[in-house]
Design a protein around this ligand. Structure first.
Ligand code: AGP
Length: 613
């Protein structure tokens, strides 16, 4: 949902900003813009479309300033157009601003500013910010940089909603102010340079040392100095955090697309996420949690809350936690949970899953659960992300940066982490016998090798993709854990191929949806749970009788004459089956998208991180 970057240092800012921006484009790609300061004058260049369009703008090479801010947009207020693109400036052209988030009270602020003589050129909520800064600055009797800071702070106190903001001013050409509230922003630092970004990967090739801001903390940045202030503008100390990710982790490294690279990174992501937490001879070790039997015995319900793919990982988590720990688990969509007045109290343990750690609904749901007295665990892939700073406890997937909008390695890493958590709880609570736990651990440790073996299905999947890429509808079926895999496979297909797809619990089909099955329609069925296989096969027979074309994903022997295509993945226990079964289905979505000539990594209307409601 929009990406913002910034630079201040001895180098020309424009090329660095464009490089940062192109790495951040997965956050939005409707329009892009850049603002620098040359000879105490603000320059702004922007255009609709992709970041690469900026390179063709007349005069872009004349931007020689060493301080600058830039933006790539995912439109919320106002259509994608040059006027609505960021950066925005105030009427006097003194302050230039990029913003990620939503200003909920922009109508009333705009009315107030219009009454005070300000004009607006765009339909955006953002344009109130530079004008409001100007409004406050002109009321202050302080022309020092502290006055600039004070004006930005007073403006932020007037704003309702979420924002990450960078501000530069022609009056203070060697200073930049950044602030965030409920929207992501990190500050990278090295010697005499500061790099600002919505996400870490965009600036990893420049630095691995980062400052993280809490809500309504302000950073005043100069080349060689970063000074931090709380909401009352009292100076505060901040330490840098070193991030282990390497710069090459956010490059394509020879792959055609990030999504394909990330699919192939899954063995490593699983291995890294397991780390040293699982071994056959000792108990699963989550030092970050340090839960006692006494505490876990008081828990009468676990909530798992997330959005999209992360929520699908949560469904796999429910299956294993309920079976191993005998605690009821409810999985909910964050945007629903937060408004349903959920029954949460100190006996509830709430787990929030978010790859980015910045999803607005998930963060809001977490705050609600905490407010109701529940202990909260954040599962994220990004160290220092907002969700991890809000939660009582944080545990991490170690999937490395995920750049493609369609989540792949984050999902499988989340599923393995939830399985590890289930084993951890169960070992403390003594709710499962030792042999069961040992066999799960062995299967976990074997998974990376089995994922490698699963990749051998690539050619068959590619061929199947060629057969069905022009279809309008595809259906996914499964029972039990297989239905959760079908849900994720269906989401993956629709988001990158734009083919309409639905997933159904196989037994539910007869209750209405089978009316949609007609000659030639493709039905993909997941058959990983042996105990439910016969039942599901009967349902597949029903769609075959109505003319459906069938693809089956299984880890069990199956009569290959029955279906149009069978992909057999290595055997694993049903708790871990989402990790193996999803791989051919991620590849199916990928190859269909490629066959259609679409932008796999940046599908239309989507953005990697959903930081607005
Ligand atoms: C996955 O392919 C999606 N693009 C999307 O559903 C995503 O999983 C969801 O927006 C949640 O994101 P998060 O994990 O960063 O919170």
């Amino acid at each position: 949902m929009c990406g913002i970057v910034g630079y201040i240092g001895p180098e020309g800012a424009a090329p660095i900003l464009m490089d940062e921006l192109s790495r951040l484009e997965y956050r939005g790609y409707d329009s892009a813009g850049i603002s620098t300061i040359e000879k105490n004058k603000i320059s702004i260049m922007k255009d609709v479309g992709r970041v690469k369009n900026l390179y063709n703008l007349d005069g872009i090479d004349d931007l020689t300033g060493t301080i600058g801010i830039a933006h790539t947009r995912w439109a919320t207020h106002g259509k994608p157009s040059k006027e609505n693109s960021h950066p925005h400036q105030d009427n006097s052209k003194t302050f230039s601003v990029v913003h990620n988030g939503i200003i909920e009270n922009f109508h009333e602020l705009r009315n107030m500013l219009e009454e005070n003589g300000y004009n607006f050129l765009s339909q955006t909520d953002t344009e109130v910010i530079p004008n409001l800064i100007h409004y406050h600055y002109s009321k202050l009797q302080d022309n020092s940089v502290h006055g600039f800071l004070q004006a930005v702070r007073n403006c932020c106190l007037d704003l309702k909603g979420s924002f990450a903001i960078e501000v530069i001013s022609s009056l203070f050409p060697e200073n930049m102010i950044v602030v965030r509230k409920d929207s992501p922003l990190v500050i990278g630092t090295c010697e005499d340079e500061k790099y600002i970004s919505s996400d870490i990967p965009a600036i990893l090739s420049y630095t691995r040392d980062f400052y993280f801001l809490n809500d309504l903390e302000f950073a005043l940045l100069q080349n060689n100095k970063a000074t931090f202030f709380d909401t009352n503008l009292h100076e505060i100390n901040k330490q840098t955090n070193n991030i282990e990710w390497t710069a090459t982790a956010s490059e394509k490294n020879g792959y055609e697309d990030f999504m394909l690279k990330e699919i192939y990174e899954q063995p490593t992501a699983i291995r890294e996420t397991i780390g040293s937490k699982i071994s056959i001879d000792s108990k699963c070790n989550f030092e970050e949690l340090n839960f006692t039997k006494e505490y876990l015995s008081t828990i009468d319900k676990i909530y798992i809350i997330a959005c999209g793919t992360a929520m699908h990982a949560g469904l796999a988590g429910k299956n294993v936690i309920e079976k191993l720990c005998r605690i009821p688990v409810e999985v909910d969509i964050a945007s629903e949970f937060r408004y349903r007045s959920p029954i949460v109290n100190e006996k509830t343990l709430s787990i929030f899953i978010s790859q980015s750690g910045e999803t607005a609904d998930t963060i809001a749901a977490l705050k609600l659960a905490k407010h109701c007295g529940s202990k909260t665990i954040a599962i994220s892939n990004v160290i220092g992300s907002s969700i991890t700073r809000e939660a009582n406890y944080s545990i991490y997937t170690h999937a490395g940066p995920e750049i493609a909008v369609a989540s792949t390695k984050a999902y499988t890493s989340q599923v393995i982490l939830l399985n590890m958590l289930a084993v951890y709880f169960s070992e403390i609570l003594e709710t499962s016998d030792k042999d069961t736990i040992i066999s799960i651990k062995k299967e976990m440790l074997d998974l990376p090798k089995k994922i490698e073996e699963t990749f051998s299905c690539k050619d068959s999947i590619k061929e199947f993709a060629k057969k069905i890429y022009q279809e309008k509808d595809v259906f996914f079926l499964g029972r039990g854990i297989d239905e959760t895999i079908a849900k994720e496979a269906s989401l993956k297909l629709k988001e990158i191929s734009y083919i309409h797809s639905e997933s159904y619990a196989a037994g539910e089909l007869k209750h209405g949806s089978i009316a949609l099955i007609e000659n030639g329609v493709t039905v993909v069925t997941v058959l990983m749970d042996k105990s439910l296989m016969e039942k599901t096969i009967s349902n597949v027979q029903e769609v075959i009788s109505r003319g459906a074309k069938t693809l089956v994903i299984t880890c069990h022997p199956c009569d290959s004459n029955m279906f149009d295509e069978i992909i057999t993945v290595p055997y694993t226990i049903q708790y871990l089956s989402p990790i193996l079964a999803i791989i051919p289905l991620q590849l199916l979505a990928y190859y269909i998208s490629k066959e259609k000539g679409l932008d796999v990594d940046k599908p239309r209307n989507l953005a990697k991180s959903v930081t607005v409601e």
